[in-house]
Design a protein around this ligand. Structure first.
Ligand SMILES: [Zn+2]
Length: 307
């Protein structure tokens, strides 16, 4: 299942900057708050190990953190007649307070990548937006134009420079990255980087450079990493990947020949696999495929399923 292909979240982009709209959301009893710190979500773990994000009522959030003002809240959106906000925790020490509020012993901060496998598509979507915005706020505390401090505005979707001579508005950043399933006849190319877990192989990926189209980035990255010229570069799907702030744009392409040369040494090894080899080696542990909810795994799976 490809988690991010549905869009259940109404972000109310045309309304969320108005105080009337936010006030209305905050007045609704079923509005919930998702505390986040860096790439981790405050979660509860059941006795059977199943995890869920801890979604708090406004009063529960305020009972742990005093002096919350509307400007500290980031509006995530509306899903199934419920509004959601995220709140950036300043300290991991607050977790115990939330455990008391939730009346649950196992309240833990969990890296979103570890949490994904427990989440419904709707929960995954919500957490993804929260983690992405947390990272952006965290790394854009100062104005890139004049160096003065910035502050959050427009329900957390703008940071405005505090310098009256500047007042530049900064918007959330997303880095474009391309990821491509390269095939040659009936085989798929998978590569691995030196620092990856043992036996983990994935499809070829890299960041888009300024002044480049997505297709040009696919062709350049493939050549730099594997020495392969490509044909028939086709868009497949995309996936937001907030670790820390990427949009992964998935492609398929065909290699013009099968002689691999690791030109930029970003990969320590790359190899052509038949479908039978991928199935057999991933079953016996000699090959570890990418994380189930990643677009890299989706690209591998769609190739496996088209024989
Ligand atoms: Zn400024």
């Amino acid at each position: 299942m490809f988690t991010f292909q549905t869009n259940p979240l109404n972000r109310h982009g045309h309304n969320r900057h108005t105080s009337q709209f936010i006030r209305r959301c905050l007045q609704q009893a079923n509005t919930r708050f998702l505390p986040v710190i860096r790439q981790s979500i405050l979660s509860i773990e059941d006795a059977d190990g199943k995890m869920q994000p801890l979604l708090l009522k406004q009063g529960e959030l305020e009972s742990v953190i005093s002096n919350i003002e509307t400007k500290h809240l980031i509006y995530l959106g509306e899903m199934e007649q419920q509004h959601y906000f995220t709140f950036r925790l300043k300290s991991k020490a607050l977790v115990e307070g939330f455990a008391a509020v939730a009346r649950h012993n196992n309240v833990v901060l969990t890296d979103l990548r570890q949490l994904f496998k427990h989440l419904s598509p709707n929960q995954a979507h919500l957490c993804n937006v929260a983690v992405a915005l947390e990272h952006w706020h965290n790394t854009h505390q100062y104005c890139g134009v004049c160096g003065h401090a910035t502050y959050a505005t427009q329900s957390g979707f703008v940071r405005t420079c505090s310098n009256p001579q500047c007042e530049t508005e900064h918007f959330p950043r997303t880095d474009s990255a391309v990821i491509c399933a390269i095939t040659h006849q009936d085989r798929l190319l998978l590569g691995r980087q030196k620092n990856w877990p043992e036996h983990l192989y994935s499809v070829i990926a890299g960041f888009v450079e300024p002044g480049e189209t997505l297709e040009q980035a696919v062709a350049r990255e493939a050549y730099e990493e594997t020495g392969l010229p490509l044909s028939n570069i086709q868009y497949y799907q995309s996936q937001p990947w907030p670790f820390p702030q990427s949009l992964m744009v998935g492609f398929t392409a065909e290699a013009n020949h099968d002689t691999v040369k690791l030109l930029d040494k970003e990969l320590e090894h790359a190899r052509w696999f038949t479908r039978e080899e991928v199935r057999r080696e991933s079953e016996n542990g000699k090959l570890v495929l990418p994380f189930k909810y990643s677009i890299s795994r989706t690209l591998v799976n769609q190739w496996l399923n088209t024989d």
